[in-house]
Structures are given as C-alpha cells and as structure tokens.
Design a protein around this ligand. Sequence first.
Ligand code: GLN
Ligand code: ZN
Length: 765
Amino acid sequence: MTTLHYLGLPRIGPARELKWSIERYWQNQVSIDDLEATARILRRAQWERQRDSGADLISVGDFAWYDHILEQSLLLGVVPSRFRDTLPTGIADRAFTIARGQADTTRGDRAASPMQKWFDTNYHYLQPEWDDDTCPRLASDSLVHQIREAREVQQGVKVQLIGPATYLWLSRFDGIDVDEALERLLPVYHQLLGVLSREDVQWVQLDEPLLCLDLPTAWRSRMERAYSGLAASPCSKLLTTYFGGLEDNLSLAAQLPVQGLHVDLVSAPDQLTGVLDRLGPNKVLSAGIINGRNIWRADLDHWAATLGPIRQQLGDRLWVATSCSLLHVPYSAGQELTDTPLVADALAFVVEKQQELSALRARLDGAPEAAWSGTFRHNRSARQALAESELRQNPEVARRLAGVETRHRQRPEPVDERKAVQQAALGLPALPTTTIGSFPQTTDIRKARRDFRQGRIEQETYHRIMEQAIAHAIARQEALGLDVLVHGEPERNDMVEYFGESLAGFTTTRGGWVQSYGTRCVKPPLIYGDVYREKPLTLPWATYAQSLSKRPVKAMLTGPTTMLAWAFVREDQPQSVIADQVGLALRDEIHDLEQAGLAIIQVDEPALREKLPLRRQAQAAWLDSATAAFRLATSAVRPETQIHTHMCYSHFQDILHGIQALDADVITIEAARSEMALVRDLAAAGYNGDIGPGLYDIHSPLIPEESQLRERLTRALASLPAARLWVNPDCGLKTRQWAEVEAALTAMVAATKAVRERIGETAVR
Ligand code: GLN
Ligand code: ZN
C-alpha cells in the first residue's frame, strides 16, 4: 500500500472556533478549561477527518495555541530571557504571553517576541530568541498528551516537528552563536525523539524547508551535524522539504542519515528525477503532489501517470502527501461560490484535497475504479470547463496590456523635483505625522458590514454608518494633531479581500479563512479571470474623508504584488501578467482619486518582501516585474501628487533595490523592532525618497513610552535629515482598540513635537 499522510492541517477550526475561543479567553469570557476543551474537540475532529480520508499516519504536532514555532520553543524550553521568571504555568498562557507581550507597571513592560513571515507565505511565526543563558530542555508534555489523544482516533500517528537546522535558522541570537546553540539543542531533540519512541511513535516528520534555500556552507555543516547527531535516535525520520526544490542541496539531503525524504513536487516538479536517482535503496520517498498553497483542483491524471511507474519501482517506499502543510488553505469548498458554479467546481480546499489524495492513492494501489474514478472525473471536467470558460479571458484587458510601453511605467520627473512641488502644494511641517491607513475596526463597524453583506440593512444605512466611522476617525486624528490624515478603512474587512470584492476577475469566498498570525485570520480572494476595474474601488470613501478636513487625506490602495500574494491566483498565466492587470486597474483608480482632489495616495506593498523568490537566482527578474507593476499603477499622476507606499515585516535587506525601483515619494516601513536600523540601511543604499520608519509596534497592545519614541526618532535622524523623515506607527491600527490607539498616537505626536522643537522646526522642511 502507498502510505498517505499530510504535512499538517489548519488548527483554527472550520468556523474559526479556536480563534473565537481564544479571544473570549483573553477577555475573561471563558475559562481556560473551556478553551482547552474547544481545542481538544478541534484536534480530534481534525484527526478523524484524516483517518476517514484514509491517512495511514495522522499528524500530531500541527496544533498550536498561537503559532507552531512558538509551540515548539515552549516544548524545547527556548524562552526569551525577559520572560524567564515570569511565565505562567499553562502552555496556552505561556504562548499568549510571549506572543503578545506582558504589561508590568513595576518592572517595565516585556515586549512580545518578534513576528516574522514564514518563508514566502503570509503566515507569521514568533521568532525564537536565544541568549547565553538559554538552556533548552524538554519543558512541556503537551505533545505527549496530544499523541495519546490522537491514539484514541487511530494507532498510526506521525509526529511533526521543525527540524533542528531550520529551527535555528529561524531564531535570533544575542550573546550566543548558532553553533553553540546547536550544541545545546541537539541533546534535547535526541531526548525528545526518545520520548516519542517510548510513546511508540514510529515516524517523525522533521521539517527542514531550509534545504530549499541557497544554503551558506556553515549551514550545510550544521545540517550534517544535526542529523548525524540524531542518527542513533530510535524513531524513523522523514526529512521534510517544501516551498521549492532541493537543487544544489540534493546531495546533502540525500546523504543525511534519515529514513525518508519528502519533496515538494508542486513548486518544483523538475526535481523528481534527480531525487529518485539519489534516494538510495531503503529510503521512503514522500511525494508532495497536492498543493498546500493554492486552492485549484489538481491534475490527477498527470500525477497518476507520473507516479505510476515510481510506485512500481519503489513499492511501499512511495508515500503520497500534500506539498506542504495545509495551514495555508481553508477548510471546505462545499458551500462556496454558489453563484459561479464553474469556479466553485474547480476548487479544492482541505476537504477536497483529502479526497484528491485519497483517490490518487487508490488509483496508484490498483483499487477498483469505483474508489477513485469519480474524483478523477470531477477534477478533469472542472479544470477543463474553467480553462475554456469566457470568465477567464477578457479581450479588452489583453488589448490594453499589449499597449503598455516603458513610458507608462515611469513618472517623468525625478523624485527630488517632485518633492519640491509637493512640499509647495502640501505645506507640511517638519517630521509630518501620519498613520498607515486603518483605524480600529469596532464591533459597530464589523456589524454594519456584516448586516449589509447579509442584506439586513440597506445600502443607504450602510453608507451612513461608514461615513460616521470616517467622520469619527477624521475628528480624532485632527484632535490628536496628526498632519496627514486617513479615512480609516472602515469599509474594508481586509486590505486584499476588499479589493477582491470590487475588481472583476476576482471573487471572494464566504468562509475561506486561513490563519495569518495568532487569532488573526484572513480570507484570501480568488483570482480566476482577467482582472479589471468595473467601478471605483475606494473613491467615494476617500473623497468623503477629504471633504471633512483641510488637512491632506491620504487615500489607500493595495498594490499589485500584495494583491496577488494574498489571493489564491489562477495558475494558467504568468503572475507578472496578472500583476500588470491589477496595475492597470489601480492606475484608473489613482487617476480618479487625483481628479477628486486627493493629493496623497498610498499604495501598500507589504508583500513585496515576502513574495521575493526564496532562491537568489530568481530574485532580480521577479523584483523587476513586481516593481514594474507598481509603477504601472502609480506613474500616471501629476508631479504634485505624492505617492506613498508601505511595507512591514523586516528583512528588507534583499529588496532595497526594489524599494528604490518603486520610485515612490514616501515609504512608511516597519523599523521599530530593529530600532530604526532600516533607515540607515535605506539611506546607505541610496534611497532618495522620504522615509517614515514605523516608530512603534502596533501588533502588541502595549502603549509605547513617549521617551522611547523620542529616542527612536533621534536615532532615525542620525541617518536621515529631518526634511526626509516622516513619523508613523509601523502598520495599520485596525486590530487595536481606540483607547490604545489614542494613547499611542498621543505619545507619538508629543514625541514628534519635542523633537521638532529641539531641532528647530523652521530650519528643516
Ligand atoms: N493600509 C493598511 C492598514 O492600515 C496596511 C496594512 C498592512 O500593511 N498590512 O491596515
Ligand atoms: Zn503594514
């Protein structure tokens, strides 16, 4: 029999039960026992679904209270020093404390651990923090409890862990070097595998996506050291790679003393032959063939034809699996898109993917046709119907794109020339203060959106409520003394989903939620056809906001790369073409905004860093086309019109070039967690626009101290003249409460005023 398994499943629950329960727990509305009961039920359901869809090994270790990397840090006893003697006892509370920070009026607040993007996905993990006193040890028995829970569902379980090399790669180190950390970590992994083996766990999946990156030599040796150190551990190890191909790391991966290798054949199908050549006579090959990152039905005929001969060759040593964890896709497509059945039919969320995998396995194992042909037939006809459908192609879009020339992607005036005209028009003070776009999404705002969507209130009522929210945001911003205002984005559930609802070629699901970080989930829209703008996207809201204030209101749009990155995108066209289609749609919107008197327009590209290809070799070309799409959107404006862009989530080093290539007038960017180092780096790289380094971390409920903000601002001023510096938080404020926002922005404005006074306001801008 071909073994079927998953690399992990979503944990939030089909109706986001875990999210709701955790948030209620945070508000003291449910007890820890209730929360734990919810989690147990969800885990059990997830295992039952795996068992029922024929998984031979059900996965333990994909559950997490906040994030699975953090969960593993708690398991391994890797806890940031500032929390070491204050952590609560339960693992859930521990996770929440490290992920959200801890207020402490006597000894000072303890900041949350930094959050980072998980490779090139939109999932965020909590970065493990090491220092010289970090002494890993087995610090939690929750994994063992979960193994026992899982055993109530099925005997065959597989435990999944982040492998030691990738775990260290994701970590940050202060006063300890990586090799020393590895030295301390390995015995704990060894001990852990011992515990697992006593629990009778036969297979352990060790995730090492690191093997799909350009690996520095030191890391290759660490990989070797790690696995030779674990070679004697009793469990069978499945070395698990995904998000790309092994390429130059193939021989390294093939040599490691493990019992099986998982490869991602969706993102890197070409590696199959090489992998087969190097696999060795006894190892298991786990073929990742069902896409864990996208939601279109698989070409099962293709996979049956590809894997058939391999099944002959390897016999039981062939396993089939998803390409990566299904963390990145929603639960069930069953109730979705009932008004576009053609698209609905072509969807595969978790449940449908489970059917696909099980049908494919049945076919490979020579099961009777009845066991697989239905799913094969469905996939074949749904894929074909969509490919041939008129929904896919719009000749007008193609015609317009064909007419795009280089000059359409270029603002005629260089940035300093534009700056002079813009300053004359806007007359802003030195160190202008602003925010990133969204203000708190209150219960009233959410309710109004929901009521409107479900037809409980009329368009007019809905408009009135949104306008009230905008008016409130504008009034608050004026009272706080901010210089450049925003309308607050009350109409947007999400910065991508909202546009997905308005643009042609996009569609949105009712319940297609995926976890972004902690309890924050997003509902990525789907791009199934050519994209264009049928009607204004944001114009009425921005215009209304501007009508309420004499201060400039900055209009808010989401950029092409982010739109693609956070959507599920069709696979029959190059991404660059789709990005350009979005670029043209935004170009039309920007034109209208400019005509309507909005002098500042921000086009958010937080995903520009995240989507950067993991392999260096592919990066330059990708950045070229991503930034070209941005410029297609933004370069048709007058020199007076100021284009802002915004990014968050650090590691900008690799895209400084790209940031420059956007040719925006101002970039607001996350920098608080690196204490403003980014300003220096950007300036050093020759970036010549204005910069608004995020002055404080909005993801934490802690209120920043004015003195700390003053210090950060001063530090930023050491790298950049005041004339080019803006003041703002590091991201949108929608996940915060108004009280927190007011307190934080009050501190920010006060810090700015103090610094302005010190440097002499008039001298600078
Ligand atoms: N304008 C968006 C907001 O303020 C930007 C969000 C983001 O960068 N993720 O919410
Ligand atoms: Zn942001």
